[in-house]
Design a protein around this ligand. Structure first.
Ligand SMILES: *Cc1c(COP(=O)(O)O)cnc(C)c1O
Length: 355
């Protein structure tokens, strides 16, 4: 039943191979990030088949799902863990990102009880204002991890472009490297992982701006969507037709382009704006905010315009299309990262693996 999500693992494998090649050339290890597809096993296998041996996800449930489906890889938990999930972290996660000493203390206790050593990557905030110890306090805080015997400080990392939209740069990467150097000197050993970031940081590699010493990236969007939302671009050499959503037309009528009557707010408290283009031919698709975000839908038929969605309906203007749409026809779209995230998590969207 529609809406249907058509997933093309082979295209995702091609993207993963391209990304791996770019990173291999600079000796950067890639963790393939699976959260935007809820760790869909066919997509995960495609990433593995590209030669990527490390997988990251922000949800522990997704990591458990991959392991239960026989995926053999190194697993990294990307979201700094809840107190509530530390048992599962020690049971299932090879490397966990952290940003609180208190959490490290708790993790140490759980790991000790299970007679295990938990690897961690301590996150440093170099300006984006999401997770991480503020860079000025980073060295003092991170060296304290050494007193926990069941914790292995595997490295440090940073995340940019996600909350503040701060762009990764040579300067903020050098802040991270300065912290690495100080920690290594104090601890008198080297750190394995210096994790420079996510898809938003790829431009540094492409433009040869990544300082030597950054040796790890966590990449999801660039592999799965072929895009880089933070830099508002497509990733060179990668394809964007990896996952397509298809909805069915349940009403097709000519209507004015501006509503009649006094307008308030829409179902989501937004005030829609309308441009008067006269009478237009409009299709209602049986999918809505519960399944997609309308501003993240990119019609494959470029002459279609997406107007608006409420919970279960999406209205598109098909007036200018060369195709004569009929009731019951379907319309296909590419999606933004945020739109895909909704579609994959909506139980109302059927997922189809395409060869
Ligand atoms: C989601 C996430 C990533 C991957 O980001 P992309 O933009 O999809 O490459 C990397 N690191 C962390 C901490 C994340 O939460």
């Amino acid at each position: 039943m529609y809406p249907q999500l058509h997933i093309y693992p082979d295209r995702i494998r091609q993207n993963a191979e391209n990304i791996k090649k770019i990173c291999d050339e600079k000796n950067i290890k890639v963790t393939g990030v699976t959260k935007v597809v809820s760790a869909n096993i066919d997509v995960v296998k495609a990433i593995i088949n590209a030669g990527i041996t490390s997988l990251g996800d922000s949800r522990i449930q997704n990591i458990i799902h991959m392991k239960n489906n026989g995926i053999d890889a190194e697993f990294m938990l990307l979201r700094i863990p809840m107190k509530d999930e530390l048992e599962l972290v020690v049971d299932y996660v090879d490397i966990v990102l952290v940003s609180e000493l208190e959490t490290v203390k708790w993790l140490n206790a759980v790991a000790k009880e299970k007679n295990k050593i938990q690897n961690i990557v301590y996150m440093v905030d170099v300006g984006d204002l999401r997770e991480g110890v503020w860079y000025e306090n980073a060295v003092d805080e991170i060296i304290l991890v050494e007193k926990y015997k069941n914790i292995n400080l595997k490295g440090i990392g940073t995340n940019l472009g996600c909350f503040g939209g701060v762009l990764p740069s040579k300067d903020n990467m050098e802040i991270l490297l300065g912290i690495k150097n100080e920690i290594e000197e104090i601890l008198n050993r080297s750190l394995d992982i210096i994790s420079g970031g996510n898809t938003a940081a790829l431009t540094l590699i492409e433009n040869n701006l990544l300082p030597k010493g950054i040796n790890h990236f966590r990449l999801g969007e660039s592999i799965i969507c072929g895009t880089d939302a933070t830099n508002n671009r497509v990733v060179p050499g990668n394809r964007q037709d990896t996952i397509i959503i298809e909805g069915q037309i349940v009403e097709l009528k000519e209507k004015p382009s501006v509503p009649i009557g006094e307008t308030g707010f829409d179902a989501f408290g937004r005030k829609p704006v309308f441009e008067d283009k006269g009478i237009r031919k409009k299709a209602i698709l049986a999918m809505g905010e519960q399944d997609i975000s309308p501003d993240g839908l990119i019609p494959l038929d470029e002459k279609i315009e997406v107007l608006h969605s409420s919970s279960d309906h999406t209205i598109v203007d098909v007036t200018d299309s060369d195709r004569e749409y009929k009731l019951g026809d379907t319309i296909q779209f590419r999606m933004s990262y945020g739109c895909l995230l909704k579609a994959i998590t909506s139980p109302y969207v059927e997922k189809i693996i395409e060869k």
